[in-house]
Write a protein that binds this ligand. Sequence first.
Ligand code: CAA
Length: 389
Amino acid sequence: MSISIGIHDLSFATAEFVLPHTALAAHNGTAIGKYHVGIGQESMSVPAADEDIVTMGAAAAAPIIARHGTDLIRTVVLATESSIDQAKSAGVYVHSLLGLPSATRVVELKQACYGATAALQFAIGLVRRDPAQQVLVIASDVSKYELDSPGEATQGAASVAMLVGVDPALVRIGDTSGLFTADVMDFWRPNYRDAALVDGQESINAYLQAVEGVWKDYTEQGGYPLGEFAAFCYHQPFTKMAYKAHRHLVDYCGHDADKDDIARAVGQTTAYNTVIGNSYTASVYLGLAALLDQADDLTGRPIGFLSYGSGSVAEFFAGTVVAGYRDHLRTKANLEEIARRRPVDYAGYRDLHERSLPADGGDHSTPSQTSGPFRFAGLSGHKRIYEKR
Ligand code: CAA
Protein backbone atom coordinates (compact mmCIF):
# COMPACT_ATOMS: atom_id res chain seq x y z
CA MET A 1 0.00 0.00 0.00
CA SER A 2 1.30 3.42 -0.89
CA ILE A 3 2.14 5.73 2.01
CA SER A 4 0.42 9.08 2.38
CA ILE A 5 2.72 11.97 1.39
CA GLY A 6 1.86 15.59 0.75
CA ILE A 7 1.68 19.14 2.04
CA HIS A 8 1.95 19.18 5.81
CA ASP A 9 2.05 22.96 6.22
CA LEU A 10 1.82 25.98 3.93
CA SER A 11 2.71 29.60 4.60
CA PHE A 12 3.22 32.58 2.32
CA ALA A 13 4.76 36.02 2.27
CA THR A 14 4.46 38.88 -0.17
CA ALA A 15 6.13 42.23 -0.71
CA GLU A 16 6.13 45.49 1.26
CA PHE A 17 4.19 47.65 -1.21
CA VAL A 18 0.96 47.37 -3.16
CA LEU A 19 -0.02 49.25 -6.32
CA PRO A 20 -3.75 49.29 -7.03
CA HIS A 21 -4.68 48.82 -10.67
CA THR A 22 -6.67 52.05 -10.46
CA ALA A 23 -3.31 53.88 -10.22
CA LEU A 24 -1.94 52.05 -13.27
CA ALA A 25 -5.16 52.74 -15.20
CA ALA A 26 -5.00 56.44 -14.26
CA HIS A 27 -1.44 56.57 -15.59
CA ASN A 28 -2.00 54.79 -18.92
CA GLY A 29 -5.63 55.68 -19.62
CA THR A 30 -6.86 52.07 -19.63
CA ALA A 31 -10.53 51.55 -18.73
CA ILE A 32 -10.42 50.01 -15.25
CA GLY A 33 -12.87 47.30 -16.35
CA LYS A 34 -10.09 45.78 -18.46
CA TYR A 35 -8.06 45.19 -15.31
CA HIS A 36 -10.80 44.40 -12.80
CA VAL A 37 -12.94 42.29 -15.12
CA GLY A 38 -10.93 41.59 -18.31
CA ILE A 39 -7.85 40.16 -16.57
CA GLY A 40 -9.30 39.90 -13.06
CA GLN A 41 -6.68 41.89 -11.16
CA GLU A 42 -7.27 44.48 -8.42
CA SER A 43 -3.72 45.25 -7.29
CA MET A 44 -0.16 43.97 -7.41
CA SER A 45 2.53 43.49 -4.79
CA VAL A 46 5.66 45.56 -5.41
CA PRO A 47 8.92 44.62 -3.66
CA ALA A 48 10.76 47.28 -1.67
CA ALA A 49 14.34 48.13 -2.65
CA ASP A 50 15.55 45.81 0.13
CA GLU A 51 13.36 42.82 -0.76
CA ASP A 52 13.88 40.00 -3.23
CA ILE A 53 13.13 36.28 -3.65
CA VAL A 54 15.41 35.46 -0.70
CA THR A 55 13.80 37.82 1.82
CA MET A 56 10.30 36.77 0.77
CA GLY A 57 11.27 33.08 0.75
CA ALA A 58 12.71 33.26 4.25
CA ALA A 59 9.68 35.21 5.47
CA ALA A 60 7.33 32.58 4.01
CA ALA A 61 9.24 29.68 5.56
CA ALA A 62 9.96 31.18 9.02
CA PRO A 63 6.47 30.40 10.45
CA ILE A 64 6.83 26.78 9.28
CA ILE A 65 10.16 26.46 11.07
CA ALA A 66 8.66 28.11 14.16
CA ARG A 67 5.82 25.56 14.20
CA HIS A 68 7.68 22.37 13.28
CA GLY A 69 11.35 22.96 14.08
CA THR A 70 14.18 21.87 11.81
CA ASP A 71 14.86 18.33 13.04
CA LEU A 72 13.25 16.44 10.15
CA ILE A 73 14.17 18.81 7.31
CA ARG A 74 17.11 17.46 5.31
CA THR A 75 16.35 19.11 1.97
CA VAL A 76 15.40 22.63 0.88
CA VAL A 77 14.30 23.13 -2.73
CA LEU A 78 13.80 26.72 -3.82
CA ALA A 79 11.96 27.16 -7.11
CA THR A 80 12.19 30.48 -8.92
CA GLU A 81 12.38 32.08 -12.32
CA SER A 82 13.59 35.42 -10.91
CA SER A 83 16.93 34.10 -9.75
CA ILE A 84 19.48 36.43 -8.13
CA ASP A 85 22.63 34.45 -9.00
CA GLN A 86 23.64 32.22 -11.90
CA ALA A 87 25.53 29.79 -9.68
CA LYS A 88 24.57 29.96 -6.03
CA SER A 89 21.11 28.76 -5.02
CA ALA A 90 18.91 31.41 -3.41
CA GLY A 91 17.98 28.55 -1.10
CA VAL A 92 21.41 28.71 0.55
CA TYR A 93 20.79 32.30 1.66
CA VAL A 94 17.36 31.27 2.95
CA HIS A 95 18.91 28.29 4.75
CA SER A 96 21.30 30.67 6.47
CA LEU A 97 18.65 33.27 7.40
CA LEU A 98 16.48 30.51 8.91
CA GLY A 99 19.35 28.92 10.82
CA LEU A 100 18.81 25.48 9.31
CA PRO A 101 21.31 22.73 10.20
CA SER A 102 24.41 22.27 8.03
CA ALA A 103 23.33 18.66 7.37
CA THR A 104 20.88 19.87 4.71
CA ARG A 105 20.75 19.48 0.93
CA VAL A 106 19.86 22.80 -0.76
CA VAL A 107 19.17 23.42 -4.43
CA GLU A 108 17.40 25.87 -6.77
CA LEU A 109 15.07 24.68 -9.54
CA LYS A 110 13.90 26.50 -12.65
CA GLN A 111 11.29 25.95 -15.34
CA ALA A 112 9.32 29.19 -15.46
CA CYS A 113 6.16 29.06 -13.34
CA TYR A 114 6.21 25.25 -13.23
CA GLY A 115 9.33 25.02 -11.02
CA ALA A 116 7.54 24.72 -7.67
CA THR A 117 5.50 21.77 -8.89
CA ALA A 118 8.69 20.00 -9.96
CA ALA A 119 10.04 20.79 -6.47
CA LEU A 120 6.92 19.35 -4.84
CA GLN A 121 7.06 16.17 -6.92
CA PHE A 122 10.80 15.70 -6.32
CA ALA A 123 10.20 16.28 -2.60
CA ILE A 124 7.60 13.50 -2.60
CA GLY A 125 10.18 11.18 -4.17
CA LEU A 126 12.71 11.99 -1.43
CA VAL A 127 10.13 11.44 1.31
CA ARG A 128 9.09 8.13 -0.25
CA ARG A 129 12.74 7.01 -0.11
CA ASP A 130 13.03 7.99 3.55
CA PRO A 131 9.66 8.68 5.20
CA ALA A 132 11.42 9.98 8.31
CA GLN A 133 12.56 13.08 6.43
CA GLN A 134 10.72 16.25 5.45
CA VAL A 135 11.46 18.59 2.55
CA LEU A 136 11.01 22.35 2.66
CA VAL A 137 9.79 23.54 -0.74
CA ILE A 138 9.90 27.28 -1.35
CA ALA A 139 8.41 28.95 -4.42
CA SER A 140 9.57 32.55 -4.64
CA ASP A 141 9.22 35.01 -7.50
CA VAL A 142 9.06 38.63 -8.54
CA SER A 143 7.15 39.07 -11.78
CA LYS A 144 8.53 41.98 -13.79
CA TYR A 145 7.61 43.21 -17.27
CA GLU A 146 8.59 46.37 -19.15
CA LEU A 147 6.91 49.59 -18.03
CA ASP A 148 4.02 50.57 -20.31
CA SER A 149 3.85 47.07 -21.86
CA PRO A 150 0.68 44.90 -21.85
CA GLY A 151 2.35 42.62 -19.31
CA GLU A 152 2.81 45.45 -16.80
CA ALA A 153 -0.67 44.91 -15.38
CA THR A 154 0.17 41.27 -14.62
CA GLN A 155 3.17 41.84 -12.32
CA GLY A 156 3.32 40.81 -8.68
CA ALA A 157 5.52 39.14 -6.08
CA ALA A 158 5.16 36.43 -3.44
CA SER A 159 6.69 33.36 -1.93
CA VAL A 160 4.96 30.19 -0.76
CA ALA A 161 6.71 27.74 1.57
CA MET A 162 5.44 24.17 1.93
CA LEU A 163 6.58 21.45 4.26
CA VAL A 164 6.36 18.09 2.51
CA GLY A 165 6.26 14.88 4.49
CA VAL A 166 4.35 11.71 5.42
CA ASP A 167 0.87 11.82 6.94
CA PRO A 168 0.37 15.42 5.82
CA ALA A 169 -1.97 17.65 7.80
CA LEU A 170 -3.33 19.52 4.76
CA VAL A 171 -3.28 17.77 1.38
CA ARG A 172 -2.23 14.27 0.30
CA ILE A 173 -0.72 14.38 -3.18
CA GLY A 174 -1.82 11.64 -5.58
CA ASP A 175 0.57 9.33 -7.41
CA THR A 176 -0.87 9.99 -10.86
CA SER A 177 0.32 12.95 -12.93
CA GLY A 178 -0.49 14.15 -16.43
CA LEU A 179 2.61 15.67 -18.07
CA PHE A 180 3.21 17.91 -21.08
CA THR A 181 6.28 19.59 -22.56
CA ALA A 182 6.48 21.65 -25.77
CA ASP A 183 9.35 23.85 -26.98
CA VAL A 184 7.56 27.20 -27.44
CA MET A 185 8.75 30.81 -27.08
CA ASP A 186 5.73 32.30 -25.36
CA PHE A 187 7.53 33.88 -22.40
CA TRP A 188 11.23 33.93 -21.55
CA ARG A 189 13.93 36.06 -19.90
CA PRO A 190 17.46 35.99 -21.33
CA ASN A 191 20.23 36.21 -18.72
CA TYR A 192 21.05 39.81 -19.67
CA ARG A 193 17.51 41.04 -19.03
CA ASP A 194 15.77 42.10 -15.87
CA ALA A 195 12.23 42.06 -17.28
CA ALA A 196 10.62 39.11 -19.02
CA LEU A 197 9.82 39.02 -22.74
CA VAL A 198 6.43 37.70 -23.69
CA ASP A 199 4.15 37.14 -26.65
CA GLY A 200 0.91 37.70 -24.73
CA GLN A 201 -1.65 35.99 -26.95
CA GLU A 202 0.80 33.21 -27.88
CA SER A 203 1.37 32.60 -24.16
CA ILE A 204 -2.37 32.17 -23.55
CA ASN A 205 -2.61 29.77 -26.50
CA ALA A 206 0.43 27.83 -25.27
CA TYR A 207 -1.14 27.56 -21.80
CA LEU A 208 -4.40 26.24 -23.27
CA GLN A 209 -2.51 23.72 -25.44
CA ALA A 210 -0.80 22.52 -22.27
CA VAL A 211 -4.18 22.17 -20.53
CA GLU A 212 -5.22 19.73 -23.26
CA GLY A 213 -1.87 17.95 -23.17
CA VAL A 214 -1.77 17.34 -19.42
CA TRP A 215 -5.39 16.27 -19.25
CA LYS A 216 -4.96 13.78 -22.11
CA ASP A 217 -1.97 12.25 -20.35
CA TYR A 218 -3.63 12.35 -16.91
CA THR A 219 -6.60 10.42 -18.29
CA GLU A 220 -4.31 7.90 -20.01
CA GLN A 221 -2.45 7.43 -16.73
CA GLY A 222 -5.73 6.48 -15.01
CA GLY A 223 -6.47 9.69 -13.09
CA TYR A 224 -9.82 10.77 -11.65
CA PRO A 225 -12.62 11.78 -14.03
CA LEU A 226 -13.22 15.55 -14.25
CA GLY A 227 -16.47 15.42 -12.27
CA GLU A 228 -14.69 14.05 -9.16
CA PHE A 229 -12.86 17.26 -8.34
CA ALA A 230 -14.18 19.68 -5.73
CA ALA A 231 -12.15 22.58 -7.17
CA PHE A 232 -9.19 23.31 -9.44
CA CYS A 233 -6.04 25.29 -8.61
CA TYR A 234 -4.61 26.66 -11.85
CA HIS A 235 -1.46 28.66 -12.40
CA GLN A 236 -2.75 32.24 -12.36
CA PRO A 237 -0.65 34.77 -14.33
CA PHE A 238 -3.82 36.84 -13.93
CA THR A 239 -6.91 35.39 -12.29
CA LYS A 240 -9.07 35.46 -15.41
CA MET A 241 -6.68 32.86 -16.83
CA ALA A 242 -7.97 30.28 -14.34
CA TYR A 243 -11.49 30.80 -15.70
CA LYS A 244 -10.26 30.61 -19.32
CA ALA A 245 -8.26 27.46 -18.60
CA HIS A 246 -11.09 25.73 -16.81
CA ARG A 247 -13.60 26.62 -19.51
CA HIS A 248 -11.13 25.17 -22.04
CA LEU A 249 -10.72 21.95 -20.04
CA VAL A 250 -14.45 21.47 -19.57
CA ASP A 251 -15.09 22.02 -23.30
CA TYR A 252 -12.20 19.71 -24.21
CA CYS A 253 -13.78 16.99 -22.04
CA GLY A 254 -17.14 17.57 -23.72
CA HIS A 255 -18.88 18.49 -20.46
CA ASP A 256 -21.63 21.05 -20.10
CA ALA A 257 -20.90 23.91 -17.74
CA ASP A 258 -22.35 27.39 -17.39
CA LYS A 259 -20.57 30.47 -16.01
CA ASP A 260 -21.60 29.63 -12.44
CA ASP A 261 -20.19 26.09 -12.71
CA ILE A 262 -16.84 27.50 -13.85
CA ALA A 263 -16.88 30.08 -11.06
CA ARG A 264 -17.68 27.38 -8.48
CA ALA A 265 -14.71 25.32 -9.68
CA VAL A 266 -12.06 28.08 -9.60
CA GLY A 267 -13.52 31.22 -7.97
CA GLN A 268 -12.25 30.68 -4.43
CA THR A 269 -8.71 29.93 -5.63
CA THR A 270 -8.35 33.45 -7.03
CA ALA A 271 -8.85 35.54 -3.87
CA TYR A 272 -5.16 36.03 -3.03
CA ASN A 273 -3.80 36.15 -6.59
CA THR A 274 -6.23 38.91 -7.55
CA VAL A 275 -4.66 41.29 -5.02
CA ILE A 276 -1.05 40.01 -5.13
CA GLY A 277 -0.64 39.65 -8.91
CA ASN A 278 1.44 37.09 -10.73
CA SER A 279 3.81 35.33 -8.38
CA TYR A 280 4.98 32.89 -11.08
CA THR A 281 6.02 29.62 -9.34
CA ALA A 282 4.09 30.49 -6.19
CA SER A 283 0.79 31.31 -7.89
CA VAL A 284 -0.80 27.85 -8.05
CA TYR A 285 -0.06 27.30 -4.34
CA LEU A 286 -1.39 30.74 -3.39
CA GLY A 287 -4.51 29.46 -5.14
CA LEU A 288 -4.50 26.44 -2.83
CA ALA A 289 -4.09 28.65 0.25
CA ALA A 290 -7.03 30.83 -0.80
CA LEU A 291 -9.20 27.78 -1.48
CA LEU A 292 -8.47 26.05 1.82
CA ASP A 293 -8.95 29.32 3.74
CA GLN A 294 -12.37 30.04 2.24
CA ALA A 295 -14.10 26.85 1.13
CA ASP A 296 -16.69 24.92 3.11
CA ASP A 297 -15.29 21.69 4.51
CA LEU A 298 -13.25 19.96 1.79
CA THR A 299 -12.30 16.90 3.85
CA GLY A 300 -11.73 13.87 1.65
CA ARG A 301 -12.34 15.80 -1.58
CA PRO A 302 -9.85 15.75 -4.46
CA ILE A 303 -8.58 19.10 -5.77
CA GLY A 304 -7.12 19.34 -9.27
CA PHE A 305 -3.81 21.18 -9.68
CA LEU A 306 -2.77 22.50 -13.05
CA SER A 307 0.72 23.91 -13.04
CA TYR A 308 1.91 25.68 -16.21
CA GLY A 309 5.37 27.09 -16.88
CA SER A 310 6.02 28.92 -20.13
CA GLY A 311 8.50 27.50 -22.52
CA SER A 312 6.67 25.12 -21.74
CA VAL A 313 6.16 22.41 -19.13
CA ALA A 314 2.88 21.58 -17.42
CA GLU A 315 1.55 19.00 -14.99
CA PHE A 316 -1.90 18.01 -13.74
CA PHE A 317 -2.27 16.07 -10.51
CA ALA A 318 -4.76 15.56 -7.69
CA GLY A 319 -4.45 16.40 -4.03
CA THR A 320 -6.92 15.06 -1.47
CA VAL A 321 -7.77 17.26 1.49
CA VAL A 322 -7.04 15.58 4.81
CA ALA A 323 -9.45 15.32 7.79
CA GLY A 324 -8.72 18.00 10.38
CA TYR A 325 -6.94 20.27 7.89
CA ARG A 326 -8.73 23.37 9.16
CA ASP A 327 -6.88 23.17 12.47
CA HIS A 328 -3.60 23.70 10.60
CA LEU A 329 -4.53 26.59 8.29
CA ARG A 330 -2.95 30.02 8.63
CA THR A 331 -5.96 32.02 7.45
CA LYS A 332 -5.52 34.92 9.89
CA ALA A 333 -1.79 35.27 9.16
CA ASN A 334 -2.47 35.04 5.40
CA LEU A 335 -5.00 37.88 5.52
CA GLU A 336 -2.67 39.96 7.69
CA GLU A 337 0.23 39.39 5.28
CA ILE A 338 -1.86 40.86 2.47
CA ALA A 339 -3.33 43.67 4.58
CA ARG A 340 0.05 44.81 5.96
CA ARG A 341 1.31 46.00 2.55
CA ARG A 342 1.73 49.75 2.22
CA PRO A 343 0.18 51.49 -0.80
CA VAL A 344 2.70 52.97 -3.23
CA ASP A 345 1.74 55.63 -5.75
CA TYR A 346 2.48 55.26 -9.44
CA ALA A 347 5.62 57.43 -9.29
CA GLY A 348 6.98 55.45 -6.34
CA TYR A 349 6.29 52.17 -8.09
CA ARG A 350 8.03 53.42 -11.24
CA ASP A 351 11.13 54.39 -9.24
CA LEU A 352 11.26 50.92 -7.70
CA HIS A 353 10.73 49.29 -11.09
CA GLU A 354 13.60 51.25 -12.65
CA ARG A 355 16.10 50.49 -9.87
CA SER A 356 19.01 48.34 -10.92
CA LEU A 357 21.89 47.09 -8.83
CA PRO A 358 25.36 48.51 -9.42
CA ALA A 359 27.71 45.98 -11.03
CA ASP A 360 31.00 47.66 -10.06
CA GLY A 361 31.84 45.43 -7.11
CA GLY A 362 31.77 48.37 -4.68
CA ASP A 363 29.96 48.72 -1.35
CA HIS A 364 26.33 49.69 -1.86
CA SER A 365 23.63 49.66 0.77
CA THR A 366 19.95 49.51 -0.11
CA PRO A 367 17.45 51.94 1.41
CA SER A 368 15.75 50.52 4.49
CA GLN A 369 12.14 50.13 3.36
CA THR A 370 10.80 46.69 4.22
CA SER A 371 8.99 46.02 7.47
CA GLY A 372 9.38 42.26 6.88
CA PRO A 373 11.54 40.00 9.05
CA PHE A 374 14.48 39.84 6.59
CA ARG A 375 16.12 42.40 4.33
CA PHE A 376 18.53 42.56 1.43
CA ALA A 377 20.94 45.06 2.95
CA GLY A 378 23.16 45.64 -0.06
CA LEU A 379 26.16 44.55 -2.06
CA SER A 380 29.84 44.39 -1.23
CA GLY A 381 32.52 42.92 -3.49
CA HIS A 382 29.77 41.52 -5.76
CA LYS A 383 28.29 39.65 -2.76
CA ARG A 384 24.70 40.07 -1.62
CA ILE A 385 24.31 40.86 2.06
CA TYR A 386 21.17 39.83 3.94
CA GLU A 387 20.15 40.58 7.48
CA LYS A 388 17.43 39.72 9.96
CA ARG A 389 15.50 42.70 11.20
N1 CAA B 1 -13.98 45.91 -19.53
C1 CAA B 1 -13.97 44.57 -19.38
N2 CAA B 1 -13.11 43.76 -20.06
C2 CAA B 1 -12.25 44.33 -20.92
C3 CAA B 1 -12.25 45.73 -21.14
C4 CAA B 1 -13.15 46.53 -20.40
N3 CAA B 1 -13.16 47.86 -20.51
N4 CAA B 1 -11.28 46.00 -22.06
C5 CAA B 1 -10.71 44.81 -22.40
N5 CAA B 1 -11.31 43.81 -21.72
C6 CAA B 1 -10.99 42.40 -21.76
C7 CAA B 1 -10.70 41.84 -23.14
O1 CAA B 1 -11.89 41.52 -23.83
C8 CAA B 1 -9.86 40.62 -22.78
O2 CAA B 1 -10.70 39.59 -22.33
P1 CAA B 1 -10.72 38.17 -23.08
O3 CAA B 1 -9.30 37.70 -23.13
O4 CAA B 1 -11.56 37.32 -22.18
O5 CAA B 1 -11.28 38.43 -24.41
C9 CAA B 1 -9.07 41.08 -21.57
O6 CAA B 1 -9.74 42.23 -21.06
C10 CAA B 1 -7.63 41.46 -21.89
O7 CAA B 1 -7.65 42.33 -22.96
P2 CAA B 1 -6.56 42.23 -24.13
O8 CAA B 1 -6.44 40.81 -24.59
O9 CAA B 1 -6.85 43.28 -25.14
O10 CAA B 1 -5.29 42.63 -23.27
P3 CAA B 1 -3.80 42.88 -23.68
O11 CAA B 1 -3.56 42.63 -25.11
O12 CAA B 1 -3.45 44.21 -23.15
O13 CAA B 1 -2.97 41.78 -22.87
C11 CAA B 1 -2.26 39.92 -21.69
C12 CAA B 1 -3.44 40.84 -21.97
C13 CAA B 1 -1.85 39.21 -22.97
C14 CAA B 1 -2.66 38.91 -20.65
C15 CAA B 1 -1.07 40.78 -21.16
O14 CAA B 1 -1.40 41.32 -19.92
C16 CAA B 1 0.23 40.03 -21.06
O15 CAA B 1 1.01 39.94 -22.00
N6 CAA B 1 0.53 39.46 -19.84
C17 CAA B 1 1.74 38.71 -19.59
C18 CAA B 1 1.68 37.32 -20.18
C19 CAA B 1 0.72 36.40 -19.48
O16 CAA B 1 0.32 36.61 -18.36
N7 CAA B 1 0.37 35.30 -20.18
C20 CAA B 1 -0.48 34.29 -19.60
C21 CAA B 1 -0.18 32.90 -20.12
S1 CAA B 1 1.57 32.52 -19.86
C22 CAA B 1 1.69 32.02 -18.26
O17 CAA B 1 0.72 31.72 -17.63
C23 CAA B 1 3.06 32.03 -17.62
C24 CAA B 1 3.26 33.31 -16.88
O18 CAA B 1 3.02 33.36 -15.67
C25 CAA B 1 3.72 34.48 -17.60
